[in-house]
Ligand binder design. Structure first.
Ligand code: FMN
Length: 198
């Protein structure tokens, strides 16, 4: 017998949470305002303090601002066309990568991607606090990323992030504009939280 939990969605916040969690969203319209070196440092500092399996901290970031066109274009180049169309306006692109093995013994780190995700979440919330928008993207060509960025075999690209100050949604193609302005939807807690066995 298959047991399924009914999935119900809602746009409401069901219980009190941090303001930055409410405010964070993956926007696609960016202002041309550059992101200062201090703010960039704060983003990576937030990632630095994320938890990780046996404190391995398996994350590595490659970033480029659009005033470094050579490196910035090497990152933009790997994105799927559907992401490139809006990510080209983000003044900051960041590639997150995972070190595949534990540095202490060389064993495969099954938590590496999980830990990079946690670090990216910390980075995203810090960005929200600074008035910045982070949009994570899994839609890119991994092989091209490895090639363009000369990634050694010991690392794997995870997600690429487009970062900048929110801009005017009017510049987006109509279908993306509508998504930008639509309310954020989530499954209700009732759909994924259990206080009983399956
Ligand atoms: C691992 C991952 C991959 C994603 N890949 C893409 C992507 O390639 N393109 C895109 O537009 N959004 C992408 N997103 C953003 C999600 O679509 C977005 O987080 C989700 O719709 C919820 O919206 P919100 O972040 O505004 O709350 C990705 C997010 C994550 C965490």
């Amino acid at each position: 017998m298959e047991i399924s939990i009914p999935v119900i969605t809602s746009v409401d916040v069901e219980a009190p949470i941090l303001d930055v969690i409410v405010k964070r969203r993956s926007k696609r319209a960016y202002a041309s305002t550059p992101v200062s070196a201090e703010k960039i440092q704060s983003l990576f500092e937030a990632a630095r303090w994320a938890p990780s399996s046996i404190n391995e901290q398996p994350w590595v970031y490659i970033y480029a601002t659009n005033d470094q066109p050579e490196l910035w274009n090497k990152i933009l180049d790997v994105l799927n066309e559907s992401n490139k169309v809006w990510a080209k306006d983000a003044p900051l692109l960041v590639v997150s990568l995972a070190r595949k093995s534990f540095s202490r013994n060389g064993n495969p780190n099954g938590s590496a991607h999980y830990d990079v995700g946690a670090a990216n979440a910390f980075l995203s919330l810090q960005a929200t606090q600074l008035g910045l928008n982070v949009h994570q993207m899994g839609g890119y060509d991994r092989h091209r990323a490895i090639e363009n960025l000369n990634v050694p075999n010991t690392y794997e690209p995870v997600v690429i992030m487009a970062i900048g100050y929110p801009g005017n949604a009017d510049v987006l193609p109509e279908h993306l504009k509508q998504r930008e302005l639509a309310p954020r939807v989530r499954q209700t807690q009732q759909s994924f939280v259990m206080n009983k066995v399956f």
